[in-house]
Design a protein. Sequence first.
Length: 105
Amino acid sequence: MGVIIGDVIVTDSGLVAAGNYKAGTVLGLAGGKLKLSDKNATDGSEKPYAVLLEDVNSDADRVAPILLFGEVDRGALSFGQNWSLDEIVAALRNIGIFAKGVVNG
């Protein structure tokens, strides 16, 4: 199962800072680049901006697909250690990304 669970989504691509990120990583925007959102940062990345839609493992900045609006599997999210799950879910809701649990019937 992927990160996206809903049918109505808005995606884009964004410049992701060099590093290793899993699909589902909550990204903040700092200096024109997306990087792991850190609640205690002061460079802009403290505000979630998007959710990464594919793994990125790169020694250089790289363009990658991101989710800007829609529903995601909360179990697939990866986020900075300064966030709790409840905090990141609330912060994502404020930007139109709704993290939900997946129910298998």
